[in-house]
Design a protein around this ligand. Structure first.
Ligand SMILES: [Cu+2]
Length: 184
């Protein structure tokens, strides 16, 4: 064992130093050592009940940024097998974005924290958006078609009753659109 490592190990064992804080909280004001990739998703593009794209491949550490076009869309994290409902109490929720034309002044960003699939839907019940096709996934398991986005959409189409929402906006960052002139 290297002597400095031994010292740290001994010091830690004796309570002289605490474990280094883990940096797993996104801080937009912080400078990261490498640029973060941002994947843009448009909710309701062309007036359709879709996320475009709805099947996203994103590396760990990248950002998925949702933009919202007319109607009153949202995005909520769900699970493969229980579409149109939040996965759990910690599932991200963007809130709703009433938009009459163009796109929302704010966007909702989430961070891809690991390689597991992230399922999501729009919780707008006026028009049954989730059941009508507003579902999507980040990092689908392409090796197992039993858990494909297509299979998820088939499950979602069968959901009876309203889609679930969260009580609060959470699990991401609702911020002014960083590229308002991007257009769609
Ligand atoms: Cu919607």
């Amino acid at each position: 064992m290297h002597s400095s490592t031994l010292f740290i190990t001994l010091a830690a064992a004796l309570g002289f130093v605490s474990a280094a804080p883990t940096d797993n909280i996104y801080n937009p004001t912080k400078t990261y050592s490498s640029p973060r990739t941002t994947h843009t998703v448009v909710a309701g593009r062309g007036g359709r009940l879709i996320f475009d794209p709805d099947n996203i491949v994103a590396e760990v550490g990248s950002i998925v940024e949702f933009h919202f076009t007319p109607r009153n869309h949202s995005v909520v994290e769900s699970s493969f097998s229980n579409p149109c409902q939040p996965k759990d109490a910690n599932s991200f929720f963007s809130g709703f974005f009433p938009v009459s034309e163009g796109q929302s002044a704010e966007v909702f960003q989430i961070e891809v924290k690991d390689t597991r699939p992230i399922w999501f839907y729009c919780a707008q019940n006026n028009g049954a958006h989730c059941q009508s096709g507003m579902t999507g996934v980040v990092n689908q398991n392409f090796d197992n078609q039993a858990f494909s986005l297509r299979a998820h959409k088939e499950l979602a189409a069968k959901v009876q009753g309203p889609s679930g929402v969260q009580a609060n906006i959470q699990g991401g960052w609702r911020i002014p659109n960083p590229n308002p002139l991007g257009g769609f």
